[in-house]
Unconditional design. Structure first.
Length: 365
């Protein structure tokens, strides 16, 4: 697939974007809109939608969500305008997908908007396609709220108050497997787009937050759970910092490859064959101020193993712990059993390889 990176520079701000994907089921969809103008503001937008139960919901988001969001801004790209627009756009996406005859597919949805004029980063999301901000000074900062039922106590409490059934699925051995799920439907998160078979329990109200754009050099990284279930957040941040001498498109490609490798760290059957759709959309920015750290551009130092000196990512207000533990893909044939405590987290990272099969994304996935 052709190089889909974009580059933008004005005054003291430079922005480069890129994406990469390794596909298993074809349910990950993504979009980069950079730059675009709303009112007098210049925006750069990243979007990732990770579908489940089919690609229909994620495909709708790829085809329509950014345009719907921009229209909902009504010329106001301030943080308040984006907050209101995100709620309108996510509601439109949810009701549209749920209204499709015979469609029960769902999708996570994460949108990050960098307002270059106001120097602000606004994130809106439902689900678990997480976004992080990487800088040399602040370390790694989570930008979104993860709505996975296993790790988000607020979501569990909301669902239980509605009378929803929350339980692990049952594997072939008759034992509980995978994460806590919401039944009917068997989805692993309390908020998403679509999922008509789950009924009233699914919530499409996005978590929205805005932070200032930091000075120096940094990355905004949005990934599907194919990355986050394979690599710890500090490892992803270390990868981005070490690859600052490498073009963004290539950095995203290497990160996807590292994630696929990590899933085979202790079992090499089907090596370099993904166990889930794996997508990384990345934006690197530089304000022209003091550099906040980075690598020397050598691909050999872009390691997925993280950095012993890397900072532990701070926890955003009201966000669940980072990172998440591995999960199994959705299986409609699984049946619920009594809930148990989730398993402990382990770091199954592996050295970064240079896989040739990673698909370098174009502007839309």
């Amino acid at each position: 697939m052709a190089d889909g990176g974009t580059s933008y520079e004005v005054q003291d701000l430079k922005i480069d974007c890129g994406s990469a994907n390794v596909s298993l089921k074809g349910e990950d969809k993504w979009t980069i809109r950079s730059p675009t103008t709303v009112g007098t503001d210049t925006l750069h937008i990243l979007m990732v939608a990770d579908g489940h139960g089919g690609a229909t919901a994620a495909q709708w988001c790829q085809d329509n969500l950014v345009d719907v969001l921009i229209g909902a801004m009504e010329g106001d790209a301030s943080s308040a305008g984006l907050y209101a627009a995100a709620h309108k756009a996510f509601k439109t996406a949810h009701t549209t997908v749920q209204g499709m005859p015979g469609v029960t597919a769902g999708a996570t949805l994460t949108v990050v908007v960098l307002n270059a004029t106001r120097r602000e980063i606004t994130t809106a999301n439902v689900g678990d396609s997480n976004a992080i901000l990487v800088t040399g000074k602040a370390g790694v900062v989570p930008l979104n709220e993860d709505h996975r039922i296993d790790t988000n106590e607020k979501e569990r409490e909301r669902l239980q108050a509605l009378g929803a059934k929350i339980a692990h699925a049952t594997g072939k051995s008759g034992q509980p497997v995978g994460p806590l799920r919401l039944w009917p439907g068997g989805v692993a998160m309390g908020r998403s787009i679509g999922d008509a078979d789950v009924g009233i329990y699914i919530d499409a109200t996005p978590a929205v937050s805005t932070i200032p754009l930091p000075d120096g050099t940094g990355e905004i990284i949005v990934c599907s759970d194919g990355v986050w279930d394979a690599m710890l957040v500090p490892s992803v941040g270390a990868h981005a910092r070490r690859c600052r001498g490498v073009e963004v498109q290539r950095t995203a490609q290497l990160l996807c490859g590292a994630s696929v490798d990590a899933r085979h760290a202790y079992n090499c059957d089907g090596y370099q064959v993904p166990r889930d759709d794996t997508t990384c959309v990345m934006m690197r920015f530089s304000t022209g101020d003091e550099d906040t750290g980075g690598g020397d551009g050598c691909l050999s130092v872009c390691s997925a193993n993280g950095d012993a000196n890397a900072k532990t990512p701070p926890t955003a207000p009201d966000s669940p712990p980072q990172p998440k533990r591995p999960v199994t893909p959705r299986d409609e044939n699984l049946t619920p059993v009594a809930s148990r405590r989730p398993p402990s987290v382990t770091d199954n990272t592996a050295p970064l390889a240079d896989p040739m099969e990673v698909q370098v994304g174009d502007i839309s996935g």
